[in-house]
Design a protein. Structure first.
Length: 321
């Protein structure tokens, strides 16, 4: 799910005061959340605790931070994690070229006071602030949203470093001392669970598992994010994706793939699914050839027939009620 540009009226909005207000806040950013996720987010905001979101890729974990920043009018600072991520990329580093220029200029001016020069070149002006340190800086609109995305891709030493940040909202720079946040940032951490995150870090966070949505919620997401999709097409797309998630596939499609598929079908001017259309467009939904080969052909036709039967039965039940 992707968030659009938020109305100016929502800028610098106060934090929600209840779970219901949190649900409304997310809905204002076109994020359809269940109550458990909204409750976890409300408590994290209310008690100044990081929120750790786990779940499969493409279920909307990252989007929570994007929508939160947009609807509250806060700056979003995103730290994309990867193997080998270090403090220089995540927190800060010194601007060595500027320091060297300052040293050369001091030497040219005949300034030989090494202690004073060292103090000058290790001042804040020479510090390059990365997302974690930027998140500790005060801002007129309020603390920013710090998104630490896909933490499971980073190495364990980086997790250990985060303990100081998430416990005391501070970073220690040896040359400058400890830099503390006046107000804690709003921190969202995500993980696709490719490895387990250490308990010490989890204890500092509130936790929520973001699962694949049920059919009704996924249909609502599709209506909000792909409003151009005809109602019949949207219902068949959701039913087909829901059926795929019950298959033994290498990578099940997430909500992001559902939206991609629906938008692709709209561009092809499709009003409903057909076996031929499914076969031609499976690459927007499934990302591994083995999965595509497993579904293409007779299996796609079988699933589509099953989906249409279920939808027809549901319509009859609604008419009977």
């Amino acid at each position: 799910m992707t968030s659009g540009t938020m109305p100016r009226a929502l800028l610098s909005r106060a934090l929600p005061g209840s779970v219901e207000e949190t649900l409304a806040l997310l809905q204002a950013g076109d994020y359809v959340a269940d109550r458990a996720l909204a409750t976890a987010l409300f408590l994290a905001l209310k008690l100044n605790r990081p929120l750790f979101l786990e779940g499969e890729a493409g279920v909307g974990k990252t989007e929570v931070a994007k929508v939160l920043a947009g609807t509250l009018g806060r700056r979003l600072l995103r730290l994309q994690c990867y193997e080998g991520l270090d403090i220089a990329s995540a927190v800060y580093e010194w601007n060595y070229p500027r320091q060297m220029i300052a040293i050369r200029l001091a030497e040219a001016a005949g300034d030989r006071d090494r202690a004073a020069l060292e103090k000058d070149i290790f001042a804040r002006d020479f510090l390059i602030e990365r997302p974690v340190l930027q998140a500790l800086e005060p801002r007129p609109e309020g603390p920013p949203v710090l998104l630490i995305d896909e933490l499971d891709r980073a190495d364990e030493p980086f997790e250990a470093f985060l303990l100081e940040v998430l416990s005391d909202w501070q970073v220690t720079v040896p040359e400058l001392g400890t830099i503390r946040a006046e107000e804690p940032p709003l921190v969202i951490l995500t993980s696709n669970r490719t490895r387990e995150i250490h308990d010490a870090l989890k204890r500092r966070c509130f936790y929520a598992w973001v699962d694949y949505p049920g059919a009704a919620r996924e249909l609502e997401i599709l209506r909000r994010k792909a409003p151009g999709a005809p109602e019949r097409l949207a219902a068949e797309v959701v039913g087909f994706v829901q059926a795929l998630r019950r298959q033994d596939l290498f990578k099940l499609p997430g909500v992001a793939e559902t939206l991609d598929w629906a938008q692709a079908l709209v561009q092809l001017d499709k009003l409903e699914l057909s076996p031929e259309t499914i076969n031609d467009t499976l690459g927007t939904l499934l990302k591994y050839q083995d999965d595509i080969a497993r579904i293409q052909g007779s299996e796609a036709a079988r699933i589509l027939t099953q989906v249409r039967t279920e939808l027809a039965t549901a319509r009859l039940g609604q008419e009977g009620a």
